[in-house]
Design a protein around this ligand. Sequence first.
Ligand code: PPS
Length: 434
Amino acid sequence: MSTENNWKKYLPFENKKLNIAAIVFCAAISAHNAYNYFNPEIKNDAILDAYFLHSHIKKEEFEELEKYILKHVPAEDFSAIRRNLKPTTILMEESKDKAYHEGAVMEHACPVEIRKSLEPLERRLPDIIGVGFAKCGTGTLQFLDCHPSVTMKTLEPKFFNNMISQDIIRGRPEQYEHLLKMYKSSLPAVARDEILIEKSPEYSGKSAAFTAEAMKIVAPNTKIIAIACDPIPRVFSQFKMKDRRTEIKKENGDSEMELKRCRACLKGGLDEEIKVFTDEVKSKLENQVDGKTVSIGFDEYVHAITPFIEQFGEENVLLLDGESLISNPNEEWGRLLEFIGLEKDSLQFYIDEEKGFPCLSSPIKYCLNGAKGTSRKINVREEYPEETALWRELFSPRIKEMITFLKICNEVDKECCQKLKDGRFSWAYEYACD
Ligand SMILES: Nc1ncnc2c1ncn2[C@@H]1O[C@H](COP(=O)(O)OS(=O)(=O)O)[C@@H](OP(=O)(O)O)[C@H]1O
């Protein structure tokens, strides 16, 4: 058989003209696909469809979002951001914690991927770690993920727990190396020239000293962020979260036994929890030794941040005011952005009337999920005046200590109180000056 007849069997038609038309058609399709591949500014419909399949954003909404975002990013980053722009992939629907974006855990926190880097993505250790403090607004750090130079995941890795930290400190790499790999893979993939951030408020808990030491060994160049806030609403926020979780578990049909075993659930109702807590506060106040009380938690900002300052140096640790983040977001955020090496106005906030909290206005309009910002709608001091008066008495000495530690004043005197009244950490006035 001749070679001509050999390849002819692969042609779809007998007719020569039809075959030429088919070859031209296929070549045109391939050229179109290759063009889209090498010119990602024009995204292939099929690729975009695949994104929308795993996303919470509809295609029509995305087009509007895209216009808004591109209007709010620096001109020099426009082209790269446009290339990368796509809805964030959902990893898990209906997560157990409603604090995630619309009940879903996403690859990273911002609902849209706003990234200016064109470098390949890799798994690595974080550049910034948020170590606390729970219920002080650490969740707002996820706004950073909407910054074109930052990536952050909502899910808390909680890697540096007591056991792992001790293994690291004792130099037992065989114990923790595979966990370190898991840690990296639990964080979103990022480019070399991006800032990767994770937050786990547990890091400033009881094992903070071990955690800080281990963190320094594993990631010596990391910068540390912590947010301190008014401890009274902080306590209430904690109880309201337990209340919410208990309700969710009940709705899901969990048994009494399961509810008892659940550490993040209320054992009785909210009032009972407050009573038990207040009784404990009373007992701490009654059992002072040399005029000093033992902490019940919620007020140990100095104690918890000190190990991180010792390990990483004062210049690499930033303690933000959680109340200023709410009342004066652009200024407090400016401080945070500068600390991590970004333009202080590269994220912009407005106070959303309905939410009653700051939401991002640039480069994207974005508020935290409905699960965040509920307890603050109740004035706990008005609801529980006697109880909160006792809490204040117990918290007072450690908040006073925080004022001098932060060098707001050398000592808490009249002049200091005057200074405290309207500046950052003004909530400390009630504990130190009233
Ligand atoms: N911008 C914005 N939007 C919503 N909520 C805000 C915001 N800024 C601060 N807060 C307050 O943050 C409280 C939750 O704190 P955390 O995110 O640290 O909680 S957690 O430890 O991660 O569970 C949360 O407490 P709750 O009101 O109990 O939900 C809020 O009071």
